[in-house]
Design a protein around this ligand. Structure first.
Ligand code: NAD
Length: 441
């Protein structure tokens, strides 16, 4: 079935307010838009590119600490593996729309992983999964969580593996859960050592150097390329970071190394402008001491809207989705937007931003440094030979800069914004692999 507007699921909260549209319908629309530009009219091919190859939904019984049995629901969506094994995170989360909504969400996220891997030209496909549970808000002990994680690994054992599907951490999962999944997989498969079954592992378990900085560093590389395209000198360029976590702080640190200056930041407690600029490392030290960026010496507290519409060269939305709506888009005063966060811009804002000649580096490219280094972790695991930080970073730089250049060239060729251009690039690459292989049986 080709999904279109008619198939959008509306998820209502218990107050009856519409909270979300179907993310999978959104992902499908993006594929269809790219097919329109590429002139792919065959409905079967469009459906092939949109729908996941497989969605596994599992029941995971867990013996809780009080002796009672609790049943959890888990998913693994395998979207496309024409270019290589499925790759994508496992999240522990309980979205507002319940388990049905979560299924649609992992389907959409697995589709985006297919395109993300294709843009940076790594030989992997798209997958995503998770368990409907929130370890942050529910009372669940470490032992219960381990039994749940190992139970989930048992249920997905047959469909994962270094040549099949390689999960990674995502929302509320860490290297600890990845190690437990790897260990369960190894035990279930004759006690083999298979570090390449999963990425995002701690270094001592076969993880890769540079993974911690990957997303921010990758975003900085894409900004550097965007600046070159716009003939904007990054020396002295001004940067605003929304969010002050892993993705945005490393973006700030590496943009500073390229000569830029951070003049505004925010976290969950508020936003600040720092007219004279400040070193990201200094703001990190301040936040470590006080718990927030708010109050940083020489700064002024501002609203989220003021932060996003600050006059600057580079805006890095690096915290949450749905931040830039049509109203904010009208008032933007930056030259480049690097979407370190997933989905920070609403679709209604895209044409406005394009008209204003602001260059958007869309999330599936700007934050793909993470998956690039996950790929390199898998390569190192498969070789049994490990690279230095510099070697890993250099390899990632090559993929991500080429991805930017290829997408930018397509945006000029088809006269479309970078969001559409990256999708066109990705769909074209997957289609090429599909056409090489054909359908069997
Ligand atoms: P994080 O938890 O390290 O940081 C999130 C930051 O956002 C925190 O500083 C928090 O204070 C801030 N924040 C929360 N609510 C806010 C609000 N209302 N206004 C402003 N700031 C707010 O998370 P992260 O890993 O940096 O991820 C951030 C985004 O980047 C997410 O969308 C994530 O999906 C995306 N991303 C991250 C990675 C990665 O490797 N870390 C990879 C791909 C995409």
């Amino acid at each position: 079935m080709i999904f279109n507007q008619k198939h959008i699921i509306k998820v209502f909260s218990n107050t009856g307010i519409l909270v979300k549209h179907d993310p999978f319908a959104n992902a499908t629309k993006q594929v269809n838009d790219a097919c329109d530009i590429l002139g792919v009219t065959d409905k079967g091919i469009r459906e092939y590119l949109s729908m996941p190859n497989k969605v596994l939904r599992v029941k995971i019984p867990v013996k809780m600490d009080d002796g009672k049995i609790r049943i959890f629901t888990g998913f693994r969506s395998q979207h496309n593996n024409d270019r290589g094994p499925y790759k994508g995170g496992i999240r522990y989360f309980n979205p507002e729309g319940g388990v049905e909504y979560m299924e649609r969400e992992v389907m959409a996220l697995s589709s985006w992983m297919t395109w993300k891997c294709a843009i940076v030209d790594i030989p992997l496909g798209g997958g995503k999964g998770g368990i409907y549970v929130n370890p942050k808000t529910e009372k669940i002990s470490d032992d219960e969580l381990e039994r749940l994680t190992r139970g989930f690994a048992f249920k997905i054992n047959e469909i994962i593996g270094p040549g099949k599907d390689i999960p990674a951490p995502d929302v509320y999962t860490t290297g600890k859960e990845m190690t437990q999944i790897m260990d369960t997989f190894n035990k279930l498969n004759g006690n083999i050592s298979t570090p390449g079954v999963i990425t995002g592992k701690p270094i001592s378990m076969g993880g890769s150097l540079a993974r911690n900085v990957a997303t921010g560093l990758g975003a900085a590389y894409t900004v550097r390329e965007a600046a070159k395209a716009l003939k904007l000198n990054l020396k002295g360029a001004t940067v605003v970071l929304q969010g002050f976590g892993n993705a945005s702080t490393y973006a700030g640190i590496y943009l500073e190394k390229m000569g830029a200056k951070v003049i505004g930041v925010s976290d969950s407690k508020g936003s600040i402008s720092i007219p004279k600029g400040a070193k990201t490392e200094d703001i990190i030290s301040y936040k470590e001491k006080t718990g927030s960026v708010v109050g940083y010496p020489g700064s002024k507290k501002i609203s989220t809207e003021e932060l996003l519409t600050s006059k600057c060269d580079v805006l890095v939305p690096g915290a949450l989705e749905n931040q830039i709506d049509a109203k904010i888009a009208e008032n933007l005063k930056c030259k480049i937007i690097a979407e370190a966060a997933n989905g920070p811009t609403l679709p209604e804002a895209d044409p406005i931003i394009y008209k204003k000649n602001i260059l958007v580096i869309p999330d599936i490219l700007a934050n793909s440094g993470g998956v690039c280094i996950s790929y390199l972790e898998w390569v190192q695991n498969n070789m049994g030979y490990y690279w230095s930080f510099e070697e890993v970073a250099e390899k990632m730089e090559k993929n991500i800069t080429q991805g930017f250049k290829d997408a930018y060239a397509l945006s000029k060729k088809h006269k479309v914004d970078m969001r559409k251009a990256t999708m066109v690039l990705a769909v074209e690459r997957v289609l090429e692999a599909f056409n090489q292989k054909g359908i069997w049986p």
